[in-house]
Design a protein around this ligand. Structure first.
Ligand code: SF4
Ligand code: SF4
Length: 286
């Protein structure tokens, strides 16, 4: 069974995706997943070539068949979301799909249509297969879409007897994060030495702890605020969580990103060396 490793941060911009792309380069026999379906960016470093694309259907919207509608007005006042317009058309983005109008229409003029809420893809990359997705504009249900692409990646990993599923997690602590964490073998929390970094990492740590997920920490740009790094290490000590890496601020990482590469492909440097060690430590702990 493939080991599933998710890289999360509690907030965006901590270097999470840079680390995920490096793990993708270092791991043998793996598949990658980008669970940040609202603002995906792992593709920028993996340069995927889409092989298959699929609709993601989720939720329903009411549709009025104007040929059957008798304009009796029954549906208009009952919609608490004011999604039925005076001309008896449904405002797609206002409809919550509750189905009340469908049940109440005396002329059977309303039906509920399944929404196409986004798309998911299976792509080839320089490091192997990659499952990613895009949620439609103003669509919800990103947790469901994350669960979907994780399921697809797991099935592909089993079919191809792969060793790892490497997951780039979404920011925050909401539904998509919970869907990214469920059933993984390791959650790597990447944080920066700021008060908000510690706060956000602490929140996502609590979520992982709640689901009994083994957690490890990495502090990125640790040298920019040694005192705060010490606070993060102290937090980890009291929680019994290992800090398996500390990465110094390094402009080489920015140059690598600009060229669309992970740091381990880009240059031999202290950061590249530390990232390799982090990957080895994850492996040893699995
Ligand atoms: S309740 Fe049915 S028939 Fe009456 S206005 Fe609405 S859609 Fe038309
Ligand atoms: S399904 Fe519910 S939310 Fe949508 S138009 Fe009908 S009553 Fe309004």
């Amino acid at each position: 069974m493939a080991k599933q490793i998710v890289v999360i941060s509690g907030k965006g911009g901590t270097g999470k995706t840079v680390l995920t792309a490096s793990f993708a380069a270092l791991a043998k026999n793996k598949i990658m997943v980008d669970c940040d379906v609202d603002a995906a960016d792992l593709h920028l470093l993996l340069s995927p070539v889409v092989k298959t694309r699929h609709e993601f259907r989720s939720g329903r919207t009411a549709v009025i068949d104007m040929k059957k509608c008798q304009k009796c007005g029954t549906c208009l006042p009952i919609c608490r979301f004011e999604a039925v317009r005076p001309d008896f058309r449904i405002e797609h983005f206002s409809c919550e799909g509750c189905g009340l109008c469908f049940h109440i229409c005396p002329h059977g003029a309303i039906h509920m249509d399944e929404n196409v809420a986004g798309e998911w893809f299976v792509s080839d990359t320089k490091f192997g297969s990659f499952v990613h997705a895009k949620l439609g504009v103003a669509e919800e249900n990103s947790g469901k879409l994350v669960a979907k692409i994780r399921q697809i990646a797991k099935e592909l990993a089993e079919k191809q007897a792969l060793d790892y599923v490497i997951i780039d997690g979404p920011p925050g602590i909401g539904c998509p994060v919970i869907a990214s964490l469920s059933g993984v073998d390791c959650a790597l929390i990447v944080t920066e030495p700021t008060l908000s970094g510690l706060h956000d990492a602490g929140r996502v740590f609590e979520v992982a702890k709640h689901f009994n997920i083994p957690v490890k920490f990495v502090v990125n740009k640790y040298d920019l605020n040694p005192a705060m790094t010490e606070r993060i290490e102290e937090f980890c000590r009291t929680q019994g969580v290992p800090v398996i890496g500390k990465i110094a601020f390094d402009t080489t990482v920015v140059q690598a990103v600009v060229e669309g590469k992970s740091i381990v492909e880009y240059a031999k440097c202290p950061t590249e060396n530390e990232v390799r060690k982090i990957w080895e430590r994850i492996n040893r702990g699995l």
